[in-house]
Design a protein around this ligand. Structure first.
Ligand SMILES: Nc1ncnc2c1ncn2[C@@H]1O[C@H](COP(=O)(O)OP(=O)(O)OP(=O)(O)O)[C@@H](O)[C@H]1O
Length: 562
């Protein structure tokens, strides 16, 4: 508990004084609690009792006498209801009640007129009260993992909402007023029962991120394709029969850069995993240090047939952006020097037996219809690390780069050329990566980039996409990536290798000229009209031309070729 100007106070002790019966376990005790309460109540601005091992069985009513409170965090307790007296907390701005046992919210929440953030995720709410809709200051509402079946009809009155989390509920439709949420930037609808979105959805003029995979969408409103700011659209695993043709020509979704539509009838089936690909039993693999972890799996250093490799073990049979089986199948289908190479499938016979006996098991996927519980991939080890960190909610859809990340002109060109080459290869086979970000691109000592993570990838029919919308969309993601790399070019960078590192005099001027040209290529990729963007094959050639101007060699696996 913190109070402006007063020392930090162990909150569990204060709450014990206020509501002895509310705490089932108590780990701390302090002296003279009554005096402390009397002194502290008017000043305390924040209370946090969370994950301390001391579970609150219910909301301590006396907490509502702390009228100076602006933040309450009671997440991870066993609270079943919020008392009516909560109405006194008119100055409360942040309320976190996630991971409790709430079955409803009282109408008195409408009195929390200063509330800007409300987190009621992972409870047992069957509905959100209509009273919530009067919270005009509310910017963040998180209600993921509940059992909400419908939103109040007036939901659109929440016009200050910027971030709305409704993942893993039972929503079958959204109210018509939803289109009035004009400030909404991030919307999470993954894993509901939605078969469409309301007409007028295209009025969400601020929407940048729309996560809507794992819904039985059969159709989408026509105006959705006009969303002017939408950059990320996840729509995997649904019933969508057709992706509208002509989106590129119509100037639709001008800022879309990341998309996934895998496992919809509108996508093309992924290729079968080659039968000749070796399989190795999980128990027979030597696995060591963890190299990384993402939403879909954990990656370890391992040994396979005497070679050091990376072993990716999937943590569930679905990932936030699609299914693990499709991710594996697509990764197996692509072979390119700038794409992480699959050496073998990892199987788990024990797990397969458990599944056959009807026991729950961890991730296991049928790859291409062939038998066996495939739980992971043996991958060629990339000697290097991801170029940047994942985007955080603070950096909405933009990777987190180290403050000192810098590239020589040569290194930057090698990276950009390698990625363009890999994406040209993928799109020539009708595959969209779907997640082109610096955090999914690793680079080795020679600045050979390697694209990994096919969790959002999908196959499409080039014939049904004559304007090449999917490719031009992904060119925008590449342009954003390339812009980040170009912004970190320094002619004095120690990343220089293979010539063309800049330096003094004529060489320096040539490097500067090339960097300027690279910036122009970035701008072409970011063109507001998709049809004006170049395709990856052109980009690969343009970047190769820049490398040649600077005398830079293409970096390939294990060697640098002139
Ligand atoms: N072939 C490889 N060689 C070395 N390290 C690797 C390799 N593949 C992945 N890694 C490491 O493991 C991390 C996670 O891998 P990956 O991005 O494939 O997982 P993910 O669960 O799909 O992630 P995301 O949350 O982005 O979907 C990478 O960021 C990287 O650090």
């Amino acid at each position: 508990m913190t109070a402006g100007g007063t020392p930090e106070v162990p909150v569990a002790g204060v709450l014990q004084c206020l509501e002895p019966i509310a705490i089932t376990k108590q780990e701390q005790a302090i002296e003279d609690l009554q005096a402390l309460h009397a002194e502290a109540a008017p000043h305390v601005t924040a209370v946090s009792v969370t994950n301390q091992g001391a579970q609150l069985a219910f909301w301590p009513p006396a907490l509502c006498t702390f009228t100076a409170l602006s933040s309450i965090n009671l997440s991870g307790n066993a609270i079943t209801f919020i008392p009516q007296s909560v109405q006194a907390l008119t100055g409360l701005k942040v309320l976190n009640l996630s991971r409790n046992s709430l079955t409803s919210l009282p109408p008195e929440v409408s009195c929390l007129t200063s509330l800007t953030e409300l987190d009621v995720g992972r409870n047992q709410l069957a509905a959100l009260p209509a009273a919530l809709c009067s919270l005009s200051q509310l910017q963040v509402l998180n209600a993921y993992s509940n059992q909400v079946q419908a939103l109040p009809q007036d939901f659109g009155r929440l016009q200050g909402l910027v971030r709305l989390g409704l993942k893993s509920n039972r929503l079958a439709e959204l109210p018509a007023s939803f289109s009035q949420l004009s400030s909404l930037v991030e919307l999470f609808l993954t894993d509901n029962q939605l078969s469409t979105l309301p007409e007028g959805f295209g009025s969400l003029a601020s929407l940048v991120k729309l996560q809507a995979s794992f819904n039985p969408f059969t159709h989408l409103p026509a105006d959705l394709w006009q969303l002017p700011e939408l950059e990320l659209f996840r729509l995997a695993v649904g019933e969508l029969q057709q992706w509208p043709a002509g989106l590129a020509e119509a100037g639709s979704l001008p800022k879309l850069a990341w998309c996934s539509i895998g496992r919809n009838p509108a996508a093309v089936d992924v290729p079968a995993v080659p039968a000749a690909l070796p399989r190795v039993e999980r128990q027979a693999l030597q696995v060591g240090e963890k190299l990384g972890q993402g939403a879909s799996g954990e990656v370890f250093l391992g040994t396979y047939e005497g070679c050091t490799v990376a072993v990716k073990i999937f943590i569930a049979d679905v990932s936030p952006d699609g299914s693990t089986a499709e991710e594996m199948a697509i990764n197996c289908a692509v072979q390119h020097p700038n794409i992480t190479r699959v050496l073998a499938l990892v199987t788990d016979t024990q797990q397969q037996q458990q599944q056959q006996q009807g026991e729950p098991a961890a991730a296991a996927a049928e790859c291409g219809g062939d038998a066996g519980a495939v739980v992971g991939l043996v991958l060629e080890l990339v000697q290097g690390k991801p170029l940047a960190g994942r985007p955080t909610s603070q950096h909405l859809l933009r990777c987190k780069w180290d403050a000192d990340a810098s590239f020589s002109p040569a290194a930057a060109l090698r990276i950009c050329h390698g990625v363009a080459s890999a994406l040209a290869y993928m799109h020539s086979r009708g595959i969209t990566h779907g997640d082109v970000y610096a955090h999914n691109i690793m680079a080795d000592d020679h600045w050979r980039p390697v694209i990994c993570d096919f969790g959002a990838s999908f196959c499409y029919s080039a014939a049904a996409d004559p304007g090449r919308f999917f490719e031009r969309m992904e060119v925008r993601a590449f342009g954003l990536f390339m812009g980040d790399v170009a912004a970190r070019i320094s002619s004095s960078s120690s990343s220089s290798s293979g010539g063309g590192g800049g330096g003094d005099g004529a060489a320096g001027a040539a490097a500067e000229d090339v960097v300027q040209q690279l910036q122009q290529v970035v701008q072409q990729c970011l063109a507001g009209s998709a049809m004006q963007r170049p395709l990856f094959a052109q980009l690969e050639q343009q970047l190769l031309g820049l490398m040649q101007q600077l005398g830079v060699a293409v970096a390939t696996a294990g060697e640098v070729q002139q």
